[in-house]
Design a protein around this ligand. Structure first.
Ligand code: ZN
Length: 152
């Protein structure tokens, strides 16, 4: 998989609330500034897994695991960092492919044959061919062709 550029990773992180994300997996209870729940990484009866909304990180006082939203998903589903970013982006509706493509191509959409600009260029090329055909091969084009030959 292509390396995800740092600004895109930041965009995904900014678009994601770690509390929303972890709430999919862990039932969290607000307690003071943080939220607590049962650690998803091991069996436990008293919640020692905490999530900080301010810092956008998690930390388990029992097993010591901690980190940001990507780290959480990497640990939980045994993913690589890139895979975790892709999944979190999907959760937060950040269109990763489009963003990465834009980054790679540097904002130009020239490679897309369906873009208005390229359709116009194509149309222009077709028109040029048509006029060339009229000029060279039809009676309607004869006076113009004569004129051009006289000029040479
Ligand atoms: Zn734990």
């Amino acid at each position: 998989m292509a390396r995800i550029p740092e600004p895109v990773i930041e965009q995904v992180r900014d678009a994601t609330d770690i509390v929303d994300f972890i709430s999919q997996y862990v039932q969290l209870q607000k307690s003071g500034k943080n939220l607590f729940g049962l650690c998803p990484f091991h069996e436990e009866r008293t919640p020692s897994f905490s999530v900080s909304e301010d810092k956008q990180i998690f930390h388990c006082f029992s097993c010591g695991r901690g980190g940001n939203v990507f780290k959480f998903l990497m640990e939980l589903e045994n993913l690589s960092f890139q895979e975790a970013v892709v999944k979190v982006a999907d959760f937060s509706h950040v269109e990763l492919d489009a963003t990465i493509t834009r980054q790679a191509a540097g904002t130009s959409g020239q490679s897309d044959p369906q873009s208005p600009t390229n359709q116009l260029i194509h149309l222009h090329q077709e028109a040029t061919k048509l006029y060339h055909h009229i000029l060279m091969n039809t009676e309607a084009g004869q006076p113009a062709l004569d004129y051009l030959h006289e000029r040479v």
